[in-house]
Ligand binder design. Structure first.
Ligand code: ADP
Ligand code: LRH
Length: 480
C-alpha cells in the first residue's frame, strides 16, 4: 500500500501511550489510540515498576490501533527485568529511583576508577546506570538465579514475540557499551564481575524483532503476521531522531519527566573535562552519539503537583508567569532531587540553604522550578557546544514540555537563542519513522527530519533579551 500504518508503543516514566503513525510518500500523520498512567509502586523491598500493568496497557493499545504493518517499542532507559532458566520474569523490575544504588558508585570505582570508566563507556555518572544497579543487586537470590536480562522495551518485545534481543541505543545506557566500537565493553564488565552472557545479542534500530505470537494476535484482534521492528528503543534516542531540524546547526532538549539537553555528534567526547561536566555519550540512530546532560526536568513540577493534590496545571502556569523572574533558583541537575517525596519542601530548603528568597505559594515554587530548568538548559547547551567544539544557531525542544509555553520562552531567553518547540510526541514519531524506514518508506535521518519539519505543528520562541540576568543567576548558583 502507498500509505502504511505503524504502531508506536512509547512508555515514559509518567505515562505510556500507543500511537498509530500513517506514513506515505511525503506524508506523516500520527494519532494517539491509547494512554495509560505509569505509576511506580512501593512495596516493602523498595520502589518497583508495575510492568504487568504496562504490558496490559500495550495489549489494549494494540487492540485499539487496529491493523498495522509493524509495531515498535521504546521506553525510559536503564531498567530491566530478569528471567529465570525457563524464561519467566523474576520479580517486578526495580525502579531507577529506588534507593538500592545509594553508596554503590564508590564500590564500583574501587574496582574501576571513575575516570577509567568514563574513558571506556562515555557515560555520565548517574546512580541508576544499569551497571550500578547490577552491582547493587550482586548478592541477591534473584540475580543469582537469573539467566537472562532484558531491558524494559526488549522485555515487552519478548512477551509480544517470544524473541529476545538487546537493542543498542538503550544498551548504551547500561554503561556496559563502548561508544567507539558500539559494542560491549568487555573489559569493564569483566573487572566488575558482570556476566555479559546475561544479555541477549545486540540488535540495532531497524532490525526485525520477531512476529506477534498467535496468543497476542488473538488477544488484540489483529490479523497476522504482524512484525515487531526494533526502533531506537531508548525513548530519548527516538525523540532525538524526531528533532525536526531542517539542515540547521541545532541543540536539542527532550523535555518530559527529565530534560535531556545536548548535541548530536558523529563521535563520542571522552575527555576528562567532559566527565567533570557530567556529559554523557549515549548512542543514537545510525552512527550518531547523543552527547547530553540529564537534568531533573518536569519531575520537579510533577512531584510538587502530587504534593499539592493535583491542582489545574494551566491555571498554575498562568499564575507562575506573573511571578517576578529569577528570584530564586535551584540546581536542577542535582541528584538530590532524584527520589520521590516532599518536593516543595526540598526546593524551599535548597533556596534557604543558598541564602535566596524562599518560594511559598504553589505559583512561586512553580516559577522557581521553571526558572531553574531554563537555567539548567542554558548551561547544558553552552557546555555541550564548548566541550564538543560545535556551535549551534537554534534550540529544538521536543516532548511533553513543549506544551509548557512559559518553559519554552524562558529557555529561549536563557539560551539567548531561538527555540523551535515540537513535536510533543517526539519519541513516538521517531519510533514510527524508524519502522517506516526499515520498510523502505522514508530515507535517511536528515530525510526523516525534513519530513517532520514539513508535517508537524511547531512553535517558534524568540529570545526576549536580558541574557545578563541569566548569566548572573548562573553565577549565583555556581557560587553557592
Ligand atoms: P514522560 O515521557 O517522561 O512520561 P512526557 O513527555 O509525557 O513525559 O511529558 C510529561 C510532562 O509534560 C508533564 O510532567 C507536564 O509537566 C507536561 N505537560 C503535559 N501536559 C501539559 C499541559 N497541558 N500544559 C503544560 N505542561 C504539560
Ligand atoms: C527519559 C529517560 C532518560 C534516562 C532516564 C532514566 O525517559 O529515558 O533518557 O536517563 O529516562
Amino acid at each position: 500500500a502507498a500509505v502504511q500504518s505503524y504502531a508506536a508503543v512509547d512508555l515514559g516514566a509518567s505515562s505510556g501511550r500507543v500511537m498509530v503513525g500513517r506514513v506515505g510518500p511525503g506524508s506523516l500523520e500520527v494519532s494517539e489510540v491509547h494512554r495509560f498512567p505509569n505509576r511506580p509502586v512501593r512495596v516493602p523491598e523498595g520502589l518497583r515498576w508495575d510492568v504487568l500493568g504496562l504490558y496490559a496497557g500495550v495489549l489494549e493499545g494494540l487492540r485499539a490501533a487496529g491493523p498495522v504493518d509493524s509495531v515498535g517499542i521504546d521506553s525510559w532507559a536503564v531498567d530491566y527485568g530478569l528471567l529465570d532458566a525457563d524464561g519467566a520474569l523474576l520479580g517486578n523490575p526495580v525502579h531507577y529511583r529506588d534507593s538500592r544504588t545509594e553508596g554503590i558508585a564508590e564500590k564500583v570505582w574501587a574496582s574501576v576508577p571513575a575516570d577509567e570508566l568514563y574513558a571506556a563507556t562515555g557515560l555520565q555518572y548517574a546512580p541508576f546506570n544499569t551497571l550500578y544497579q547490577l552491582t547493587a543487586a550482586r548478592d541477591t537470590a534473584q540475580l543469582r538465579s537469573a539467566r537472562r536480562l532484558l531491558m524494559i522495551p526488549d522485555l515487552l518485545a519478548y512477551w509480544l514475540t517470544g524473541e529476545q534481543g538487546t537493542e543498542l541505543t538503550n544498551a548504551s545506557t547500561t554503561q556496559l557499551i563502548d561508544p567507539r566500537t558500539r559494542d560491549w565493553a568487555h573489559g569493564v564488565a569483566k573487572r566488575l564481575g558482570i556476566d555479559l552472557a546475561l544479555f541477549a545479542p545486540l540488535r540495532r534500530p531497524g532490525d526485525p524483532a520477531g512476529l506477534l505470537r498467535p496468543e497476542v494476535l488473538e488477544e488484540t484482534g489483529l490479523a497476522g503476521p504482524v512484525p515487531v521492528t526494533a526502533v531506537g528503543s531508548h525513548d530519548t534516542a527516538s525523540a532525538v531522531a524526531a528533532v525536526p531540524a531542517d539542515g540547521e546547526r541545532f541543540a536539542y532538549i527532550c523535555t518530559g519527566t527529565w530534560s535531556l539537553a545536548g548535541l548530536e555528534l558523529d563521535a563520542p567526547v571522552l575527555t576528562e573535562e567532559s566527565r567533570a561536566a557530567n556529559f554523557t555519550n549515549e548512542l543514537g540512530l545510525d552512527g550518531t552519539v547523543r552527547y547530553l546532560r540529564n537534568i531533573m526536568g518536569l519531575w520537579l513540577l510533577q512531584e510538587c503537583l502530587r504534593a499539592w493534590g493535583e491542582p489545574d496545571l494551566g491555571a498554575l502556569l498562568a499564575e507562575a508567569a506573573e511571578v517576578p523572574a529569577l528570584r530564586s533558583v535551584v540546581d536542577a541537575g542535582d541528584a538530590a532531587f532524584l527520589a520521590p517525596g516532599r518536593m516543595p519542601e526540598r526546593i524551599a530548603d535548597a533556596c534557604r540553604a543558598s541564602g535566596q528568597p524562599v518560594p511559598n505559594s504553589p505559583a512561586e515554587v512553580t516559577r522557581c522550578i521553571l526558572d531553574s530548568l531554563a537555567l539548567a538548559h542554558r548551561k547544558a547547551v553552552q557546555d555541550a557546544q564548548r566541550l564538543a567544539g560545535q556551535g549551534v544557531d537554534v534550540v529544538h525542544i521536543v516532548g511533553g514540555g513543549t506544551r509548557n509555553a512559559l518553559l519554552c520562552q524562558l529557555t529561549a531567553d536563557a539560551c539567548g537563542l531561538p527555540v523551535v518547540a515540537g513535536p510533543t510526541e517526539a519519541a513516538a514519531l521517531g519510533n514510527v519513522l524508524v519502522q517506516a524506514r526499515a520498510h523502505g518508506l522514508v530515507g535517511d535521518l536528515p530525510g526523516m527530519r525534513r519530513l517532520l519539519a514539513r508535517t508537524q505543528p511547531l512553535t517558534r520562541y524568540e529570545p526576549r533579551g536580558g541574557t545578563q540576568r541569566w548569566r548572573a543567576a548562573q553565577a549565583r548558583l555556581a557560587g553557592t
